[in-house]
Write a protein that binds this ligand. Sequence first.
Ligand code: F6P
Length: 363
Amino acid sequence: MESKIKRIAINTGGGDAPGLNAVIRAVVLAAEEQGWEVFGIERSYDGLFEDGGVYRLDRSTVRGITHMGGTILGTTNRGNPLRWPVTRPDGTVAYEDRSQAVIDALKDHGIDALVAIGGDGSLTIAHALFQQGLKVVGVPKTIDNDLAATNLTFGFQTAVETATDAIDRLHSTAQAHERVMVIELMGRNAGWIALYSGVAGTADVILIPEIPYDMDEVCEKIDARYHMGRRGFAIVVVAEGAYPKGGKPHFERKAGGQIRLGGVAEEVALEIFTRTGRETRSLVLGHLQRGGGPNAYDRLLSLRFGAAAVKLIRDGGFGCMVALDPPNVLAVPLGQAISRIKTVPLDSDVVDTARSLGICLGD
Ligand code: F6P
């Protein structure tokens, strides 16, 4: 059966992740193989409402971008079209559903289908647009790896590599000063980055949101670590969403007023110093985990996802997301992907490995 698709659009939404450009390139090349035209929308859906915010992407515009970090289309984690902020004459802000305007704008541009690359927020928007009749397929992106229905999201492996490198570097300075170093890693309410890089980087303590921590256990481990060698030191990895038993995750107000998870490393460091008297420093690795180009694994995964998204459109698999089910890439309903946050299972092999190696998980 001949596909009715002639023109597709692509956008990138939410926080950036290494591999976005590789997905864009794969979508453009695979779509050209189908004889389709591809258009890029700037900054998620914002470009639809701006002059020049929707433009043609072809083979030449995606040349040499596979290894590049960020996204050539730009992205934003503000301006959800389902809850679009509108300032009233009196200065107060109201929110309106702009999804029909998005669908109309895509129609005006002659777009037959959309490839939405994003995490749970962007894919929730894509799912709502699909329910209102838009032909859309999703590609799972986030360094946090917290999307359900896919074994991995692209960007995660690169973030783990960056975090592991940072933990490796902390070892020498921790050892030189015989200090406790506490490093805070991203991941929102899931501990994937902290657990994977913490084990790979041979941390002494790893605290993740899935296991509320007990400072008695943490300090006991640190003391034991100091008694192991002549010049003791300890490395503590904390996921930004980790919290103490009976407590709550720590939030901070960022410049501009946005409230974000953060600050738990300093809280843990202070507690360690107060209880053990050991010199302790904390740091937040922050957006370095999102920056830079994708590693080889994420490049390949991104290219596979991009190519699979085009096949999904060709086969009429709208309302679905491409997903990794090793060794295959397959399609899953968007509704399934956004149904819950995928956290680290407590019976997972990596949790078990950490425990077998004597790493303290705070419980
Ligand atoms: O979801 C990706 C992520 O980097 C989280 O790990 C982190 O909590 C959040 O985004 C940070 O958001 P922002 O880019 O708004 O600072």
